[in-house]
Write a protein that binds this ligand. Structure first.
Ligand SMILES: N[C@@H](CCC(=O)N[C@@H](CS)C(=O)NCC(=O)O)C(=O)O
Length: 206
């Protein structure tokens, strides 16, 4: 059976769990990482030498890196749905997933650390504003992409919505100064919030 390692409040684990939820996959979840520890055990290192979560073992197929796991699960269990069969349609989703991992998420996590993980009295107001502006400019790209589209690659919900979509709960729950008005992103967020797996795995306290 599919096994997943990683604490439920890690954004990278959340992407995987959201995917598992969308696909309705039976699984066993191991709570490791953060206060639970467990990433330095020889057994864990044998699965993932980088000692990070998430990791999955799908009947002997071990995969680490959240983006790779989401794609593996979508390709294996969601062909024609989460995983568009047509390479061009798939690339339309994949480019946004890749962009999220390489561009949006690193800046987003800086903002998250500076706002949500730093007591207000210790926050550097100017630094927070600078990061917020950068992150806001990146969400503006999503705003443009979502014009006239229900989901990131068109009318169908795909794995491309999962990576970028996983940031939205935190972005709107945090007290972010200078957050721009993003009507298309907010409408997309509402559509994602209508999905059971999103609410179960993404709307998790950090
Ligand atoms: N690029 C990796 C990043 C993995 C990563 O840094 N995971 C964090 C959690 S989000 C981690 O393992 N932190 C150590 C811990 O939680 O103890 C991925 O997407 O899977």
């Amino acid at each position: 059976m599919l096994q997943i390692w990683g604490r439920a409040n890690s954004i990278n684990v959340q992407k995987v769990m959201w995917t598992v939820g969308e696909l309705g996959l039976e699984h066993v979840h191991h709570n490791v990482g953060g206060n639970a520890g467990g990433l330095d055990s020889p057994e864990f290192i044998a699965m993932n030498p980088h000692r990070t979560i998430p990791v999955i073992d799908d009947d002997g197929t071990v995969v680490w890196e959240s983006g790779a796991i989401v794609r593996y699960l979508a390709a294996k269990y969601g062909s024609g749905g989460l995983w568009p069969e047509d390479p061009a349609e798939r690339a339309a989703a994949d480019q946004w997933a890749e962009w999220t991992h390489t561009t949006l998420q690193p800046y987003f996590l800086r903002l998250f650390q500076a706002v949500a993980k730093t007591p207000q009295r210790n926050q550097n107001v100017q630094r927070v504003l600078n990061i917020s502006q950068r992150v806001g400019a990146l969400y503006q790209r999503l705003e443009v992409q979502l014009e006239g589209r229900s989901f990131i690659a068109g009318d169908q919900f795909t794995f491309g919505d999962i990576s970028a979509g996983a940031t939205l709960y935190r972005y709107y729950k945090m007290d972010v100064p200078g957050r721009p008005a993003l009507p298309n992103v907010m409408a997309w967020h509402e559509r994602l919030r209508g999905r059971d797996a999103y609410r179960q795995h993404i709307e998790v306290p950090w």
